[in-house]
Design a binder for this molecule. Structure first.
Ligand code: SF4
Length: 525
Protein backbone atom coordinates (compact mmCIF):
# COMPACT_ATOMS: atom_id res chain seq x y z
CA UNK A 1 0.00 0.00 0.00
CA UNK A 2 1.13 3.53 -0.82
CA UNK A 3 -0.96 5.93 1.31
CA UNK A 4 -3.24 5.31 4.26
CA UNK A 5 -5.64 8.28 4.22
CA UNK A 6 -6.86 9.04 7.74
CA UNK A 7 -10.43 10.37 7.85
CA UNK A 8 -11.76 11.48 11.24
CA UNK A 9 -15.38 11.68 12.38
CA UNK A 10 -15.48 15.43 11.73
CA UNK A 11 -13.88 15.21 8.27
CA UNK A 12 -16.73 13.71 6.27
CA UNK A 13 -15.98 15.54 3.05
CA UNK A 14 -15.21 13.68 -0.17
CA UNK A 15 -13.73 16.93 -1.57
CA UNK A 16 -11.29 17.35 1.35
CA UNK A 17 -7.63 17.88 0.47
CA UNK A 18 -6.75 14.48 1.93
CA UNK A 19 -8.48 12.89 -1.06
CA UNK A 20 -6.40 14.89 -3.58
CA UNK A 21 -4.46 12.41 -5.72
CA UNK A 22 -6.11 9.43 -4.01
CA UNK A 23 -5.47 6.33 -6.09
CA UNK A 24 -7.87 3.45 -5.30
CA UNK A 25 -5.35 1.01 -6.76
CA UNK A 26 -2.71 1.74 -4.15
CA UNK A 27 -4.31 3.87 -1.38
CA UNK A 28 -6.77 3.02 1.38
CA UNK A 29 -9.03 5.18 3.55
CA UNK A 30 -8.89 4.53 7.29
CA UNK A 31 -11.78 5.35 9.62
CA UNK A 32 -12.44 4.13 13.16
CA UNK A 33 -15.27 4.44 15.64
CA UNK A 34 -13.74 4.54 19.10
CA UNK A 35 -15.33 4.75 22.54
CA UNK A 36 -12.65 7.24 23.63
CA UNK A 37 -14.29 9.97 21.53
CA UNK A 38 -17.57 9.51 23.42
CA UNK A 39 -16.14 9.22 26.91
CA UNK A 40 -13.14 11.57 27.11
CA UNK A 41 -15.93 14.03 27.83
CA UNK A 42 -19.27 12.53 28.86
CA UNK A 43 -20.87 12.98 25.43
CA UNK A 44 -24.62 13.24 25.07
CA UNK A 45 -26.58 10.55 23.28
CA UNK A 46 -27.57 13.04 20.55
CA UNK A 47 -23.95 13.94 19.90
CA UNK A 48 -22.68 10.35 19.82
CA UNK A 49 -25.53 9.32 17.53
CA UNK A 50 -24.84 12.16 15.11
CA UNK A 51 -21.12 11.40 14.81
CA UNK A 52 -21.54 7.63 14.45
CA UNK A 53 -24.45 7.83 12.03
CA UNK A 54 -22.73 10.46 9.86
CA UNK A 55 -19.54 8.36 9.82
CA UNK A 56 -21.47 5.25 8.79
CA UNK A 57 -23.27 7.14 6.04
CA UNK A 58 -19.91 8.40 4.79
CA UNK A 59 -18.62 4.83 4.86
CA UNK A 60 -21.60 3.83 2.70
CA UNK A 61 -20.85 6.61 0.24
CA UNK A 62 -17.18 5.59 -0.06
CA UNK A 63 -18.14 1.95 -0.44
CA UNK A 64 -20.60 2.81 -3.23
CA UNK A 65 -17.76 4.65 -4.96
CA UNK A 66 -15.60 1.56 -4.53
CA UNK A 67 -13.03 3.46 -2.48
CA UNK A 68 -10.88 0.95 -0.58
CA UNK A 69 -11.72 1.40 3.08
CA UNK A 70 -10.49 0.06 6.40
CA UNK A 71 -13.32 0.86 8.82
CA UNK A 72 -13.54 -0.31 12.43
CA UNK A 73 -16.93 -0.22 14.10
CA UNK A 74 -17.52 0.28 17.78
CA UNK A 75 -18.88 -3.27 18.03
CA UNK A 76 -15.75 -4.82 16.49
CA UNK A 77 -14.57 -7.40 19.03
CA UNK A 78 -10.94 -6.28 18.63
CA UNK A 79 -11.66 -2.56 18.89
CA UNK A 80 -9.29 -1.15 21.53
CA UNK A 81 -11.44 1.95 22.09
CA UNK A 82 -8.67 4.45 21.37
CA UNK A 83 -8.06 6.29 18.12
CA UNK A 84 -4.28 6.04 18.41
CA UNK A 85 -4.21 2.33 19.16
CA UNK A 86 -6.72 1.62 16.39
CA UNK A 87 -4.42 3.40 13.96
CA UNK A 88 -1.51 1.48 15.43
CA UNK A 89 -3.34 -1.78 14.71
CA UNK A 90 -4.30 -0.73 11.19
CA UNK A 91 -0.71 0.26 10.31
CA UNK A 92 0.63 -3.06 11.58
CA UNK A 93 -1.94 -4.86 9.42
CA UNK A 94 -1.89 -2.72 6.26
CA UNK A 95 1.77 -1.63 6.23
CA UNK A 96 1.36 1.68 4.33
CA UNK A 97 4.34 3.63 3.04
CA UNK A 98 2.93 6.90 4.26
CA UNK A 99 0.05 8.44 6.23
CA UNK A 100 -1.95 11.29 4.71
CA UNK A 101 -4.70 13.43 6.20
CA UNK A 102 -6.49 16.76 6.06
CA UNK A 103 -5.41 18.88 9.03
CA UNK A 104 -7.43 17.71 12.05
CA UNK A 105 -9.43 20.21 14.10
CA UNK A 106 -8.45 18.89 17.49
CA UNK A 107 -5.05 19.44 19.11
CA UNK A 108 -5.28 16.29 21.28
CA UNK A 109 -6.07 14.09 18.27
CA UNK A 110 -3.25 15.56 16.20
CA UNK A 111 -0.71 14.83 18.93
CA UNK A 112 -1.80 11.22 19.35
CA UNK A 113 -1.76 10.54 15.59
CA UNK A 114 1.69 12.09 15.26
CA UNK A 115 3.00 9.82 18.00
CA UNK A 116 1.76 6.74 16.18
CA UNK A 117 3.38 7.91 12.94
CA UNK A 118 6.69 8.39 14.77
CA UNK A 119 6.36 4.98 16.42
CA UNK A 120 6.10 3.34 13.01
CA UNK A 121 8.73 5.58 11.39
CA UNK A 122 6.16 6.82 8.87
CA UNK A 123 5.69 10.25 7.33
CA UNK A 124 2.40 11.86 8.28
CA UNK A 125 1.50 14.34 5.54
CA UNK A 126 -0.93 16.91 6.91
CA UNK A 127 -2.71 18.87 4.21
CA UNK A 128 -4.34 22.28 4.51
CA UNK A 129 -8.06 22.13 5.26
CA UNK A 130 -9.70 23.96 2.34
CA UNK A 131 -13.03 23.90 4.12
CA UNK A 132 -11.93 27.16 5.72
CA UNK A 133 -11.37 30.53 4.07
CA UNK A 134 -8.16 31.20 5.98
CA UNK A 135 -5.22 29.15 7.13
CA UNK A 136 -3.97 28.92 10.69
CA UNK A 137 -0.77 30.64 9.53
CA UNK A 138 -2.71 33.56 8.02
CA UNK A 139 -4.48 34.10 11.31
CA UNK A 140 -1.17 33.92 13.17
CA UNK A 141 0.17 36.65 10.85
CA UNK A 142 -2.92 38.73 11.49
CA UNK A 143 -2.51 38.29 15.25
CA UNK A 144 1.21 39.07 15.32
CA UNK A 145 2.01 42.11 17.44
CA UNK A 146 -1.61 42.69 18.53
CA UNK A 147 -2.22 42.83 22.28
CA UNK A 148 -5.88 42.07 21.80
CA UNK A 149 -7.62 40.22 19.02
CA UNK A 150 -10.93 41.49 17.72
CA UNK A 151 -13.31 39.74 15.36
CA UNK A 152 -14.19 43.00 13.63
CA UNK A 153 -10.74 43.50 12.10
CA UNK A 154 -10.38 39.87 11.08
CA UNK A 155 -13.75 39.65 9.39
CA UNK A 156 -13.07 42.84 7.42
CA UNK A 157 -9.75 41.42 6.24
CA UNK A 158 -11.44 38.21 5.08
CA UNK A 159 -14.31 39.98 3.37
CA UNK A 160 -11.90 42.07 1.31
CA UNK A 161 -9.63 39.12 0.54
CA UNK A 162 -12.50 36.89 -0.58
CA UNK A 163 -14.69 39.64 -2.01
CA UNK A 164 -17.67 38.83 0.19
CA UNK A 165 -20.46 41.42 0.55
CA UNK A 166 -18.26 44.04 -1.06
CA UNK A 167 -19.13 46.91 -3.34
CA UNK A 168 -15.77 47.48 -4.99
CA UNK A 169 -13.45 48.40 -2.13
CA UNK A 170 -16.27 49.33 0.25
CA UNK A 171 -18.55 47.11 2.28
CA UNK A 172 -21.94 46.53 0.71
CA UNK A 173 -24.49 48.93 2.19
CA UNK A 174 -21.78 51.36 3.30
CA UNK A 175 -21.01 49.77 6.68
CA UNK A 176 -19.22 46.67 7.87
CA UNK A 177 -21.48 45.71 10.73
CA UNK A 178 -25.26 45.76 11.14
CA UNK A 179 -25.37 44.31 14.65
CA UNK A 180 -27.52 47.17 15.89
CA UNK A 181 -30.35 46.02 13.60
CA UNK A 182 -30.05 42.42 14.71
CA UNK A 183 -30.90 42.51 18.39
CA UNK A 184 -34.65 42.67 18.62
CA UNK A 185 -36.85 40.74 21.00
CA UNK A 186 -40.20 39.28 19.95
CA UNK A 187 -42.37 41.68 21.89
CA UNK A 188 -45.48 40.61 23.81
CA UNK A 189 -47.02 38.66 20.95
CA UNK A 190 -44.05 36.30 20.68
CA UNK A 191 -42.56 34.81 17.52
CA UNK A 192 -44.94 34.56 14.57
CA UNK A 193 -45.11 31.92 11.83
CA UNK A 194 -41.98 30.01 12.79
CA UNK A 195 -41.25 27.65 9.88
CA UNK A 196 -41.15 24.03 11.06
CA UNK A 197 -37.55 22.80 11.37
CA UNK A 198 -36.22 20.48 8.69
CA UNK A 199 -35.76 17.20 10.54
CA UNK A 200 -35.20 13.70 9.17
CA UNK A 201 -36.73 10.40 10.22
CA UNK A 202 -33.86 8.04 11.08
CA UNK A 203 -33.10 5.51 8.34
CA UNK A 204 -31.91 1.95 9.01
CA UNK A 205 -28.29 3.06 9.59
CA UNK A 206 -29.28 5.73 12.09
CA UNK A 207 -31.75 3.37 13.80
CA UNK A 208 -28.96 0.85 14.30
CA UNK A 209 -26.74 3.56 15.79
CA UNK A 210 -29.53 4.76 18.11
CA UNK A 211 -30.00 1.23 19.38
CA UNK A 212 -26.23 0.94 19.93
CA UNK A 213 -26.02 4.29 21.73
CA UNK A 214 -28.95 3.54 24.01
CA UNK A 215 -27.36 0.21 24.89
CA UNK A 216 -23.70 1.11 25.19
CA UNK A 217 -23.96 4.71 26.41
CA UNK A 218 -27.21 4.47 28.33
CA UNK A 219 -25.95 6.50 31.31
CA UNK A 220 -24.82 9.38 29.07
CA UNK A 221 -26.73 12.67 29.14
CA UNK A 222 -29.90 13.38 27.24
CA UNK A 223 -32.01 11.05 25.18
CA UNK A 224 -32.30 9.72 21.65
CA UNK A 225 -34.99 7.69 19.92
CA UNK A 226 -35.74 6.50 16.38
CA UNK A 227 -38.18 9.23 15.32
CA UNK A 228 -37.65 12.63 13.68
CA UNK A 229 -38.50 14.20 17.06
CA UNK A 230 -36.15 11.84 18.88
CA UNK A 231 -33.24 12.39 16.48
CA UNK A 232 -33.72 14.47 13.35
CA UNK A 233 -30.25 15.85 12.56
CA UNK A 234 -28.83 15.67 9.02
CA UNK A 235 -26.33 12.81 8.73
CA UNK A 236 -25.47 13.05 5.03
CA UNK A 237 -24.37 15.86 2.76
CA UNK A 238 -27.67 15.66 0.87
CA UNK A 239 -29.66 16.16 4.07
CA UNK A 240 -27.36 18.97 5.19
CA UNK A 241 -27.97 20.75 1.87
CA UNK A 242 -31.73 20.41 2.41
CA UNK A 243 -31.45 22.04 5.84
CA UNK A 244 -29.37 24.87 4.40
CA UNK A 245 -31.83 25.42 1.53
CA UNK A 246 -34.68 25.50 4.04
CA UNK A 247 -32.81 28.22 5.90
CA UNK A 248 -32.26 30.31 2.78
CA UNK A 249 -35.89 29.91 1.66
CA UNK A 250 -37.70 30.24 4.97
CA UNK A 251 -35.55 31.65 7.76
CA UNK A 252 -32.77 33.91 6.54
CA UNK A 253 -35.05 36.94 6.09
CA UNK A 254 -36.04 36.85 9.77
CA UNK A 255 -32.81 35.41 11.17
CA UNK A 256 -30.97 38.68 11.74
CA UNK A 257 -33.74 40.59 13.45
CA UNK A 258 -34.43 37.86 16.01
CA UNK A 259 -31.09 36.06 16.25
CA UNK A 260 -30.68 37.01 19.93
CA UNK A 261 -34.31 36.50 20.99
CA UNK A 262 -35.58 33.55 23.05
CA UNK A 263 -39.05 32.17 23.71
CA UNK A 264 -40.45 29.44 25.97
CA UNK A 265 -41.01 26.13 24.20
CA UNK A 266 -39.41 27.35 20.95
CA UNK A 267 -35.97 25.80 20.50
CA UNK A 268 -35.60 26.29 16.73
CA UNK A 269 -36.89 29.80 15.91
CA UNK A 270 -35.31 31.32 12.78
CA UNK A 271 -31.81 29.93 13.20
CA UNK A 272 -30.01 27.95 10.49
CA UNK A 273 -29.34 24.68 12.36
CA UNK A 274 -26.33 23.95 10.13
CA UNK A 275 -23.50 24.21 12.68
CA UNK A 276 -23.29 20.43 13.14
CA UNK A 277 -23.21 19.91 9.36
CA UNK A 278 -20.48 22.53 8.95
CA UNK A 279 -18.41 21.11 11.79
CA UNK A 280 -18.68 17.53 10.47
CA UNK A 281 -17.76 19.00 7.03
CA UNK A 282 -20.95 17.78 5.40
CA UNK A 283 -21.24 21.37 4.22
CA UNK A 284 -18.41 23.64 3.17
CA UNK A 285 -18.11 27.08 4.75
CA UNK A 286 -17.35 28.50 1.32
CA UNK A 287 -20.47 27.14 -0.34
CA UNK A 288 -22.61 28.39 2.54
CA UNK A 289 -21.20 31.93 2.41
CA UNK A 290 -21.22 32.24 -1.38
CA UNK A 291 -24.72 30.75 -1.76
CA UNK A 292 -26.09 33.10 0.90
CA UNK A 293 -24.63 36.14 -0.83
CA UNK A 294 -25.88 34.91 -4.19
CA UNK A 295 -29.44 34.47 -2.89
CA UNK A 296 -29.30 37.94 -1.39
CA UNK A 297 -28.00 39.59 -4.55
CA UNK A 298 -30.48 37.72 -6.77
CA UNK A 299 -33.49 38.60 -4.60
CA UNK A 300 -32.28 42.01 -3.56
CA UNK A 301 -35.58 43.23 -2.31
CA UNK A 302 -37.08 44.02 1.05
CA UNK A 303 -37.57 40.27 1.46
CA UNK A 304 -34.05 39.66 2.76
CA UNK A 305 -32.47 42.53 4.70
CA UNK A 306 -28.74 43.09 4.30
CA UNK A 307 -28.45 43.10 8.10
CA UNK A 308 -29.65 39.48 8.21
CA UNK A 309 -27.22 38.41 5.49
CA UNK A 310 -24.28 40.27 7.03
CA UNK A 311 -25.11 38.87 10.49
CA UNK A 312 -25.26 35.31 9.17
CA UNK A 313 -22.14 35.55 7.01
CA UNK A 314 -20.26 37.12 9.95
CA UNK A 315 -20.91 33.91 11.91
CA UNK A 316 -19.39 31.70 9.20
CA UNK A 317 -16.75 33.78 7.43
CA UNK A 318 -15.91 35.73 10.58
CA UNK A 319 -16.56 33.93 13.81
CA UNK A 320 -15.70 30.34 12.84
CA UNK A 321 -12.43 31.41 11.23
CA UNK A 322 -11.64 33.65 14.20
CA UNK A 323 -12.16 30.97 16.87
CA UNK A 324 -10.23 28.42 14.82
CA UNK A 325 -7.29 30.80 14.56
CA UNK A 326 -7.34 31.49 18.29
CA UNK A 327 -7.61 27.80 19.15
CA UNK A 328 -4.49 26.84 17.20
CA UNK A 329 -2.62 29.90 18.36
CA UNK A 330 -3.31 29.25 22.04
CA UNK A 331 -3.46 25.47 22.48
CA UNK A 332 -2.66 23.41 24.46
CA UNK A 333 -2.62 25.80 27.44
CA UNK A 334 -5.75 27.68 26.43
CA UNK A 335 -8.06 25.08 27.87
CA UNK A 336 -6.57 25.60 31.35
CA UNK A 337 -6.92 29.40 31.39
CA UNK A 338 -8.77 30.79 34.38
CA UNK A 339 -8.11 34.53 34.53
CA UNK A 340 -10.93 35.20 37.00
CA UNK A 341 -9.84 32.43 39.37
CA UNK A 342 -13.21 30.65 39.21
CA UNK A 343 -13.28 27.51 41.35
CA UNK A 344 -16.87 26.34 41.83
CA UNK A 345 -18.10 22.96 40.53
CA UNK A 346 -20.56 22.76 37.65
CA UNK A 347 -24.04 22.49 39.23
CA UNK A 348 -25.63 19.07 38.96
CA UNK A 349 -28.75 20.46 37.28
CA UNK A 350 -26.77 21.11 34.10
CA UNK A 351 -27.11 17.36 33.47
CA UNK A 352 -30.79 17.11 34.42
CA UNK A 353 -32.46 20.52 33.80
CA UNK A 354 -34.03 20.05 37.25
CA UNK A 355 -34.00 23.72 38.30
CA UNK A 356 -36.68 26.25 39.12
CA UNK A 357 -35.05 29.11 37.16
CA UNK A 358 -37.12 29.08 33.94
CA UNK A 359 -34.38 30.51 31.71
CA UNK A 360 -31.98 27.74 32.70
CA UNK A 361 -34.66 25.06 32.65
CA UNK A 362 -35.66 26.01 29.09
CA UNK A 363 -32.10 26.17 27.74
CA UNK A 364 -31.00 23.00 29.54
CA UNK A 365 -34.04 20.85 28.76
CA UNK A 366 -33.90 21.57 25.02
CA UNK A 367 -30.13 20.98 25.14
CA UNK A 368 -30.60 17.55 26.69
CA UNK A 369 -33.47 16.71 24.35
CA UNK A 370 -31.98 17.87 21.03
CA UNK A 371 -28.28 18.58 21.68
CA UNK A 372 -29.07 22.13 20.61
CA UNK A 373 -29.52 25.63 21.96
CA UNK A 374 -28.94 28.82 20.01
CA UNK A 375 -25.97 31.12 20.58
CA UNK A 376 -27.67 33.52 23.02
CA UNK A 377 -29.08 30.67 25.10
CA UNK A 378 -25.51 29.34 25.32
CA UNK A 379 -23.80 32.69 25.92
CA UNK A 380 -26.38 34.62 27.92
CA UNK A 381 -28.20 31.90 29.86
CA UNK A 382 -26.09 28.81 30.57
CA UNK A 383 -22.71 30.49 29.99
CA UNK A 384 -23.76 33.61 31.88
CA UNK A 385 -24.90 31.60 34.88
CA UNK A 386 -21.58 29.68 35.00
CA UNK A 387 -19.60 32.93 34.73
CA UNK A 388 -21.57 34.59 37.53
CA UNK A 389 -21.66 31.47 39.73
CA UNK A 390 -17.89 31.16 39.30
CA UNK A 391 -17.70 27.64 37.82
CA UNK A 392 -14.19 26.45 36.93
CA UNK A 393 -13.86 27.21 33.17
CA UNK A 394 -12.49 23.74 32.43
CA UNK A 395 -15.68 22.16 33.80
CA UNK A 396 -17.82 24.54 31.74
CA UNK A 397 -15.78 23.65 28.65
CA UNK A 398 -16.24 19.93 29.22
CA UNK A 399 -20.00 20.36 29.61
CA UNK A 400 -20.37 22.30 26.34
CA UNK A 401 -18.18 19.80 24.51
CA UNK A 402 -20.31 16.96 25.87
CA UNK A 403 -23.81 18.10 25.17
CA UNK A 404 -24.03 19.92 21.84
CA UNK A 405 -24.25 18.08 18.54
CA UNK A 406 -22.09 20.72 16.88
CA UNK A 407 -19.44 20.72 19.60
CA UNK A 408 -15.94 20.10 18.29
CA UNK A 409 -13.03 21.33 20.33
CA UNK A 410 -11.61 23.99 18.00
CA UNK A 411 -14.96 25.82 18.01
CA UNK A 412 -16.07 25.08 21.52
CA UNK A 413 -12.94 25.92 23.52
CA UNK A 414 -12.54 29.56 22.41
CA UNK A 415 -16.29 30.11 22.65
CA UNK A 416 -16.30 28.84 26.22
CA UNK A 417 -12.91 29.75 27.66
CA UNK A 418 -12.49 33.03 25.79
CA UNK A 419 -15.90 34.45 25.12
CA UNK A 420 -18.39 33.01 27.57
CA UNK A 421 -16.22 32.58 30.67
CA UNK A 422 -13.76 35.46 30.06
CA UNK A 423 -11.06 33.09 31.28
CA UNK A 424 -8.36 34.20 28.81
CA UNK A 425 -7.87 37.62 30.37
CA UNK A 426 -9.50 39.54 27.51
CA UNK A 427 -7.51 38.07 24.63
CA UNK A 428 -10.57 37.22 22.63
CA UNK A 429 -13.40 39.41 23.88
CA UNK A 430 -13.11 43.01 25.02
CA UNK A 431 -15.21 42.48 28.16
CA UNK A 432 -16.85 39.71 30.15
CA UNK A 433 -20.41 38.96 28.98
CA UNK A 434 -21.89 39.72 32.40
CA UNK A 435 -25.54 40.72 32.65
CA UNK A 436 -28.36 40.51 35.17
CA UNK A 437 -31.74 38.82 34.82
CA UNK A 438 -32.98 42.05 33.25
CA UNK A 439 -31.18 41.16 30.01
CA UNK A 440 -33.02 37.82 29.92
CA UNK A 441 -36.34 39.56 30.62
CA UNK A 442 -35.68 41.92 27.70
CA UNK A 443 -34.77 39.18 25.24
CA UNK A 444 -37.32 36.49 26.16
CA UNK A 445 -40.58 35.70 27.92
CA UNK A 446 -38.85 33.36 30.37
CA UNK A 447 -39.22 35.69 33.34
CA UNK A 448 -43.01 35.98 32.91
CA UNK A 449 -43.52 32.44 34.14
CA UNK A 450 -40.69 32.34 36.64
CA UNK A 451 -41.12 32.53 40.39
CA UNK A 452 -38.20 34.98 40.57
CA UNK A 453 -38.19 38.69 39.81
CA UNK A 454 -35.28 39.79 37.59
CA UNK A 455 -35.36 43.31 39.04
CA UNK A 456 -34.58 42.01 42.54
CA UNK A 457 -31.12 41.06 43.76
CA UNK A 458 -32.06 40.32 47.38
CA UNK A 459 -35.16 39.14 49.20
CA UNK A 460 -37.55 36.27 48.80
CA UNK A 461 -38.17 36.46 45.03
CA UNK A 462 -34.73 37.73 44.10
CA UNK A 463 -33.60 36.43 40.70
CA UNK A 464 -30.41 34.37 41.15
CA UNK A 465 -29.05 35.77 37.86
CA UNK A 466 -29.42 39.30 39.19
CA UNK A 467 -28.01 38.44 42.62
CA UNK A 468 -25.02 36.67 41.09
CA UNK A 469 -24.50 39.52 38.60
CA UNK A 470 -24.01 42.13 41.33
CA UNK A 471 -21.94 39.68 43.32
CA UNK A 472 -19.75 39.08 40.24
CA UNK A 473 -19.15 42.82 39.82
CA UNK A 474 -18.44 43.10 43.52
CA UNK A 475 -15.97 40.22 43.58
CA UNK A 476 -14.09 41.44 40.49
CA UNK A 477 -14.50 45.18 40.97
CA UNK A 478 -10.79 45.99 40.98
CA UNK A 479 -9.99 44.24 37.68
CA UNK A 480 -13.25 45.24 35.94
CA UNK A 481 -12.69 48.90 36.84
CA UNK A 482 -9.62 48.87 34.58
CA UNK A 483 -11.72 47.84 31.56
CA UNK A 484 -13.13 50.88 29.68
CA UNK A 485 -16.07 48.79 28.43
CA UNK A 486 -17.11 47.96 32.01
CA UNK A 487 -17.09 51.54 33.29
CA UNK A 488 -20.88 51.90 33.39
CA UNK A 489 -21.42 48.61 35.19
CA UNK A 490 -18.73 49.36 37.79
CA UNK A 491 -20.17 52.85 38.26
CA UNK A 492 -23.59 51.34 38.99
CA UNK A 493 -22.02 48.93 41.45
CA UNK A 494 -20.38 51.82 43.26
CA UNK A 495 -23.77 53.46 43.75
CA UNK A 496 -24.71 50.65 46.13
CA UNK A 497 -24.20 51.20 49.85
CA UNK A 498 -21.87 48.90 51.79
CA UNK A 499 -24.96 47.37 53.45
CA UNK A 500 -26.55 46.63 50.06
CA UNK A 501 -23.34 45.02 48.86
CA UNK A 502 -23.16 42.96 52.03
CA UNK A 503 -26.72 41.68 51.51
CA UNK A 504 -25.98 40.78 47.89
CA UNK A 505 -22.89 38.85 48.91
CA UNK A 506 -24.91 36.94 51.50
CA UNK A 507 -27.69 36.18 49.00
CA UNK A 508 -25.16 34.99 46.39
CA UNK A 509 -23.39 32.76 48.92
CA UNK A 510 -26.73 31.41 50.07
CA UNK A 511 -27.67 30.53 46.48
CA UNK A 512 -24.31 28.82 45.91
CA UNK A 513 -24.64 26.83 49.11
CA UNK A 514 -28.13 25.65 48.20
CA UNK A 515 -27.01 24.54 44.73
CA UNK A 516 -23.99 22.71 46.16
CA UNK A 517 -26.02 21.14 48.97
CA UNK A 518 -28.32 19.57 46.35
CA UNK A 519 -25.26 18.11 44.63
CA UNK A 520 -24.03 16.56 47.86
CA UNK A 521 -27.49 15.27 48.69
CA UNK A 522 -27.81 13.59 45.30
CA UNK A 523 -24.37 12.02 45.60
CA UNK A 524 -25.30 10.56 49.00
CA UNK A 525 -28.71 9.24 47.95
FE1 SF4 B 1 -34.14 33.52 34.75
FE2 SF4 B 1 -34.31 35.32 36.69
FE3 SF4 B 1 -35.86 35.53 34.56
FE4 SF4 B 1 -36.27 33.58 36.34
S1 SF4 B 1 -36.47 35.75 36.68
S2 SF4 B 1 -36.26 33.39 34.11
S3 SF4 B 1 -34.19 33.10 36.94
S4 SF4 B 1 -33.65 35.67 34.59
Amino acid sequence: MRHLLLVLGDQLDREASGFDGFDPKQDVVWMAEVAEESVHVWSSKQRITLFLSAMRHFRKKLTEERIPLHYTTLEDANNTGSLASELDRAIAHLKPEKLVMTAPGDWRVLQSLKQIAVKHGLDLEIREDHHFFSTVREFADHAKGRKQLRLEYWVRELRVRHNVLMDGKSPLGGQWNFDQDNRESFGKEGPQDIPPPKRFTPDSITKEVIELVNRRFKTHPGQVSATAEGFGWPVTREQALEVFKDFLDNRLATFGQYQDAMWTGQPWLYHAHIASSLNLKLLSAREVVFATEQVFRAQRTERIPLAAVEGFIRQILGWREYVRGIYWLQMPDYVERNALGASEPLPEFFWTADIDMICLREALSQTLEHGYAHHIQRLMVTGLYCLLFGVTPREVHEWYLSVYVDAVEWVEVPNTIGMSQAADGGLMASKPYAASGQYIRRMSNYCQNCRFDPSKSVGENACPMTTLYWDFLDRHEASLAKNPRMVMQVRNLRRLTPEQRQKIQEAANDHRMKVKAKMTQRRHS
